[in-house]
Design a protein around this ligand. Structure first.
Ligand code: G1P
Length: 275
């Protein structure tokens, strides 16, 4: 049985909505209380049994690499003090995971960013996490839920959630047939449709499991919405062959690519940590 061992983090975007905070700092490093967004994503991948992490970065993203590395000076300073504990989560990540990086030189869309990651993934199924989408769950993380599904379906899987109909223009939207509880066989998918053109209100959230042929599909996918190469368009080709599952996951998602979502996530996490 093929298992998912690698997770790709597209992290080259500018994060203009958070300027000036993101002028010199990657948006993926914005903290929800004390952990940067990308660390939550890596922990979700680990929770799914994935320890090979690939990151598609760009200019100005060095802080991500430094975050998942030892800081000798800092560690030396706090060794033996009660502050040592504060670095235990990143230490645990570094002990269990490997990190590889590659750069997206030009911003040509999410599909393009994933294609740039091919060199880190090779020819095997892999997960994709968009760190902006911060997901909290009661039990298994979203990716762990999806990896289990992959073992059964052996095809691409997208996480979906219902959104208000007037917000479909912010998401990839799927149309599918309910195959089991919370599981849709996707027939059609559209990137950021106007509400009147949306085939449903089931929106794609930034968690994917992709089958290895996706790279070839992306290569032949022309630019779509906003002139960018969209992963939604590439997946549409697989969907037409019945090879995409939409999974309405158990859990809550915060859109940390928006100020409101980021503040909600911060309040939620702070309350959860201090109660
Ligand atoms: C991307 C995808 C979109 C998906 C969304 C989830 O859009 O293109 O299909 O619904 O992530 O967050 P972005 O938010 O990067 O514009």
């Amino acid at each position: 049985m093929t298992v998912v061992k690698k997770c790709l983090f597209p992290a080259a975007g500018y994060g203009t909505r958070f300027l000036p905070a993101t002028k010199a700092m990657p948006k993926e490093m914005l903290p929800i209380v004390t952990k940067p967004l990308i660390q939550y994503g890596v922990e979700e991948a680990m929770d799914a049994g994935i320890t090979q992490i690939g990151v598609v970065t760009g200019r100005g993203k060095r802080a991500i690499e430094d975050h998942f590395d030892i800081s000798y000076e800092l560690e030396h300073q706090i060794a033996g003090s009660d502050k040592e504990e504060l670095l235990s989560s990143t230490r645990d990540i570094m002990e269990r995971c490997t990190f590889s990086y590659t750069r997206q030189v030009e911003m040509k869309g999410l599909g393009h960013a994933i294609l740039v990651g091919e060199t880190l993934i090779g020819r095997e199924p892999f997960a994709v996490v968009l760190a902006d989408d911060y997901c909290v769950t009661e039990g298994d993380g979203v990716l762990a839920q999806m990896v289990k599904l992959y073992e059964k379906y052996q095809c691409s899987i997208v996480a979906v959630q219902e959104v208000p109909k007037d917000e479909t223009y912010l998401y990839g939207v799927i149309e599918g047939d309910l195959e089991a509880d919370n599981i849709y066989r996707v027939r059609n998918m559209v990137e950021k449709p106007a509400p009147e053109d949306a085939p449903s209100n089931l929106a794609i959230i930034g968690r994917y499991i992709l089958s290895p042929d996706i790279f070839d599909v992306i290569r032949s996918t022309p630019p779509g919405k906003n002139g960018e190469i969209q992963i939604t368009d590439a997946l549409q080709l697989q969907a037409q062959q019945g090879r995409v599952i939409g999974y309405q996951f158990a859990g809550r998602r915060f859109d940390c690519g928006s100020i409101d979502g980021f503040i909600d996530a911060t309040n939620y996490t702070y309350k959860a940590q201090t109660k």
